[in-house]
Design a protein around this ligand. Structure first.
Ligand code: GLC
Length: 463
């Protein structure tokens, strides 16, 4: 039987092996280091994936790599038009980047989705980048980095992109399918929870990092207004528990005017059969998506856990989300923490929603697979809500398997029993996820890197 020390050493070794160097400096980590599979773009540093590595490094005091990453990725922010891809706003952060060498010279090449499978836009990268910058400042106390002109400018460019006026009536952010961790078609376009939560977190982080100079005051004002409206909208309208389900079940349709109960014209018919059985008496969660005539009732792991961390979910809602996880443990955690979304879409729905995607068959990959990277978010959310025993239980499950299974990217099956059909081994955020989860439990003070306090002032500063 291996000791926990051995496991931690092995994980650290694997994390170190994943480091990418540029000009002799560590600047990121590859997505996976699987010697047995075609690398595709898994040999690149993904912004979203690196956040997990970065937290592990920050918690260990290895701050240099995170600093280098923040500087280098910021330098990649603005880019030229490539091939047939329309040039996005300059605030967009790449999905990933790699180091290319020719004639003894190294160059960083970014991918904003113009190379990625299905050419998906990485909306979450810019949001994660600001959240990570704040974590770095918290961990190091180095406020000066964020106060540099380039960083202030970078934050403002991201805000320009996020806060631009659009053809849009909601304070939530409208995005195409596959704009985040789920970077394939899965019916997560429109106003998916995952993006709204990261958006909220990024705005909270920007609020702490922006200086009032150089028009910063105006940005801060806009950020506050948006936070108020976004927070209210998500808490109020995405929330689902038995009481809300009863309300939706008895909703009237076709209501016109200001003071109506069914603002988004959701039909009771659209409540999926599984939900009425599945929702426990005293648990709840934020729904996956909300739009005109649409409520996606699926449970999404990252969105709900991060909602607790960024305090988009109220304290009471956060407790109820943890209650749900506890009571639906077998479905949401099972043999590997934890489900990326629940339940899977199947049959005709799978054909229509995924475009018959063979990688996203029911209970595999994004479509109801179990992703060990979510372990750190679960541990952090458990820590924040005082439900440590849930974190400990989940960590135990993960550490019993991950090393033996060679750190897979994801697991398949209703309860995560099988190693993912096409999962990479030595997936970096799987490795970092376990390390961060363990660190969080060993040293609860680390929670502040990724957590935001409840701010009631924001919830009341509606327009
Ligand atoms: C897959 C995942 C995405 C991840 C990338 C690199 O494309 O869907 O979330 O960032 O692999 O690990």
């Amino acid at each position: 039987m291996r000791t926990n020390n051995n496991l931690v050493n092995e994980a650290w070794q694997a994390l170190e092996n994943s480091i990418i160097y540029y000009d002799g400096q560590p600047i990121g980590t590859v997505a996976a280091h699987d010697p047995e599979m075609d690398a595709l773009n898994y040999d690149q540093c993904f912004v979203r994936d690196f956040v997990s590595s970065a937290l592990a490094f920050l918690m260990k005091g290895k701050v240099e790599i995170v600093r280098n990453f923040l500087i280098k990725s910021l330098a990649l922010q603005s880019h030229e038009k490539q091939m047939d891809c329309f040039k996005p706003g300059p605030g967009l952060m790449p999905a990933s980047f790699k180091v290319e060498s020719s004639n003894n010279e190294q160059q960083l090449i970014a991918d904003f989705g113009e190379q990625a499978i299905a050419r998906v836009t990485p909306v979450d990268s810019s949001l994660w980048w600001i959240i990570l910058l704040r974590a770095y400042v918290k961990a190091t106390g180095d406020k000066a980095i964020a106060q540099q002109t380039e960083f202030q400018q970078g934050i403002k460019l991201i805000l320009d992109l996020c806060l631009a006026h659009r053809f849009e009536m909601f304070p939530t952010m409208l995005v195409p399918d596959g704009a985040f961790m789920i970077d394939r078609r899965l019916g997560v376009y429109g106003h998916p929870l995952e993006i709204q939560v990261l958006f909220y977190g990024a705005l909270r982080a920007a609020r702490e990092l922006l200086l009032p100079e150089n028009n910063g005051e105006q940005y801060l004002h806009d950020v506050d207004r948006r936070l108020g409206a976004l927070g209210y909208h998500v808490r109020e309208y995405y929330w689902l528990d038995l009481q809300r389900l009863n309300e939706i079940y008895r909703y009237k349709g076709e209501e016109f005017g200001k003071e109506v109960a069914n603002k988004f014209n959701i039909y009771a018919e659209s409540i999926p059969a599984w939900l009425t059985e599945w929702l426990p008496e005293n648990g709840g969660y934020l729904a996956g998506n909300l739009g005109p005539g649409l409520m996606d009732f699926r449970f999404f792991g990252l969105g709900n856990l991060m909602a607790i961390l960024v305090s988009l979910a109220s304290e009471q809602e956060s407790q109820k989300i943890m209650d749900l996880i506890e009571q639906r443990w077998h479905d949401l955690i099972g043999h590997m923490p934890m489900k990326i979304c629940f339940p899977a879409v199947e049959g005709l729905e799978w054909r229509i929603i995924t475009g018959s995607d063979p990688k996203n068959i029911p209970w595999s990959y994004h479509n109801g697979g179990n992703w060990p990277v979510l372990l750190w978010m679960l541990a952090a959310a458990a820590q924040k809500t005082g439900r440590i025993e849930l974190a400990q239980k989940a960590i135990e499950i993960a550490q019993n398997r991950l090393s033996e299974d060679q750190w897979p990217e994801y697991y398949d099956g209703k309860n995560g029993r099988l190693i993912g059909k096409e999962a990479r081994k030595y997936q970096t955020w799987t490795i970092a996820g376990l390390l961060v989860a363990q660190e969080l439990i060993a040293n609860p003070a680390h929670l502040e890197l990724i957590s935001f306090e409840e701010n009631t002032e924001l919830m009341t500063c509606l327009i």
